[in-house]
Design a protein around this ligand. Sequence first.
Ligand code: ZN
Ligand code: ZN
Length: 97
Amino acid sequence: MAGRSDLTSHAYRTLRASVLAEDDTCVLCGHPGSDATDHLVPVSRGGAAVDRDNLAPIHGVAGCPTCGRKCNNLKGNRPLAQVSRLVTSRDWYAGPA
Ligand SMILES: [Zn+2]
Ligand SMILES: [Zn+2]
């Protein structure tokens, strides 16, 4: 089983910085100011850990400056396709894990 070491590698941090420099609009809530990136396909589910196409901007531990959500925590480890976006639905927010 793959570890999480890739997520702290220099390559990942460099890629994350370039993703956020290009677009910091949160993939989950749709507000700007993302300070983290999320894997569209979780690494634990076979997604590439360091791949520009598998990374999207998201609000991390600091939360969203606009709506206050900690989007990365809310999304958890689910593939984005299984998480309805906050801007279109709130149902999943209280749904089953
Ligand atoms: Zn957000
Ligand atoms: Zn927001």
